[in-house]
Design a protein around this ligand. Sequence first.
Ligand code: G1P
Length: 296
Amino acid sequence: MKAVIPAAGLGTRFLPATKVSPKELLPVLDKPVIQYVVEEALEPEGVDEAIIVNSHVKPQIEAYFSVDTEFEAYLCAHGKQELAKRVHEASSLPVSFVYQDAPLGLGHAVLQAKDKMDGEPFFVLLGDYFVPDRLMNVRMAEVSAAHGGASVIAVAPVPEDQVSRYGIIAGEPVGSIEGFDATGEQEGAVWKVTGMVEKPAREEAPSHLFIVGRYLLSPRVMELLEDQTPGAGGEIQLTDAMVRLLEEEEMYALVVDPLEGCDTGTPAAWAATNARMTLASPDADAFREALGPAVI
Ligand code: G1P
């Protein structure tokens, strides 16, 4: 089973930093953002490959995930075996690449990975967000297994004035996952999805639950994407293909706490994620000291 990670964007929110260096390679502590996403993607049992949808103008991402034996030998020759090991581990992750060279939308990006899917269900992980404990997709797989292999998306409550930024679901709660005694919009609740709208106006939003960016999808979605017409923003939307899927197959949503994950989509969110991850690392004291008492 594969996981698709759309990463073809140009990172305009981070310009000028991203003029020559892809935003996916911005570090959180000592690893690039996309490595956290790839490691999360590979966590559920049965996922054996992460497919990054890249653009040809960002070959540095491939370079990062390619083994560089000369560089590793150089590190070893200079007594840096531990670093060589970490560099090797990152570059030997099971990652492959497909390309999206025009910004035609999330649905179009996902479609580029169709030929690698072997007609199996697949995960999609949006790359501006990662979940440090990597459990969100694992729980989504549990929900899917409990409902005959149905598609499952992660959703979370969002304030009413922000619904127009996201995909919003319609549906009703039908239970909760093991270990969570959840109802309604509480973390761990499971909804049966009856509809979805991409970036609705406030008065047209069917609920306050937004699509977080973690999907476990039926292979049928790939076929539907092939003739999907442009939707919100003139783009080929994954949400629109999922709406069509609902006419043929069941779909469920797992309510998650969005703070379970770390946002890296804007400079401020990325900086906050670095602070959060550093405070949870062995470098926390050094970080507090470097900040000085007056900052936070
Ligand atoms: C995409 C999806 C949207 C989802 C959002 C989460 O939108 O189309 O349904 O809610 O990601 O971040 P985008 O952020 O690409 O506009």
